[in-house]
Design a protein around this ligand. Structure first.
Ligand code: FES
Length: 162
């Protein structure tokens, strides 16, 4: 279900923590990168590796917006609409993203390129409004900056129909 390379990486990561269960989130992130999302099989494998029940892994996943139980687009755009970002235009920014991409919260464009999600605080409040695209942060955003970013990402994908 996971590659041998990832399996070896799991073995290494677990040794870095005094408690095995502390390695849970890193293991889930690496597995998600390889599999595309956190499948039931990933949950079972991670639970086995860190000696917890699968339900405990599921509970952790439900807390972290960067972990996905379903496949998402190649570029997963997460717009923070929590208080600091909200006060600096995050709701309008999220609406702008919806219009630009033609999708809503937790939806994916038909070509699978972009997913969009409204999320809680990303921990980048001093750069509000902020959003995260995969592992990259973007701060002090405006609709124009968002347009430029999305257009840039599209350019990397010549077959995009958006
Ligand atoms: S409130 Fe948006 S990053 Fe903290």
């Amino acid at each position: 279900m996971i590659s041998q390379t990832l399996s070896r990486k799991f073995d290494q990561i677990i040794t870095r923590y005094p408690l095995k269960r502390s390695a849970m989130v890193p293991l889930l992130l690496y597995a998600q990168d390889e599999v595309g999302h956190v499948s039931d099989e990933v949950i079972a494998e991670v639970a086995r590796r860190v000696d917890v029940r699968p339900i405990e892994v599921t509970e952790v996943i439900s807390y972290y917006s960067m972990l996905h139980r379903q496949p998402v687009g190649k570029y997963n755009i997460q717009v923070c609409t929590n208080i600091s970002c909200m006060l600096r235009g995050a709701d309008e920014l999220f609406d702008h993203c919806c219009q630009k991409l033609g999708i809503g919260h937790k939806q994916t464009t038909p070509d699978g390129l972009f997913s969009l999600e409204e999320v809680e605080c990303l921990g980048a409040c001093c750069g509000a409004p902020a959003m995260q695209v995969n592992y990259d942060y973007y701060e002090n955003l405006t609709p124009e900056k968002v347009d430029a970013l999305i257009d840039e990402l599209k350019k990397k994908e010549p077959r995009s129909k958006i």
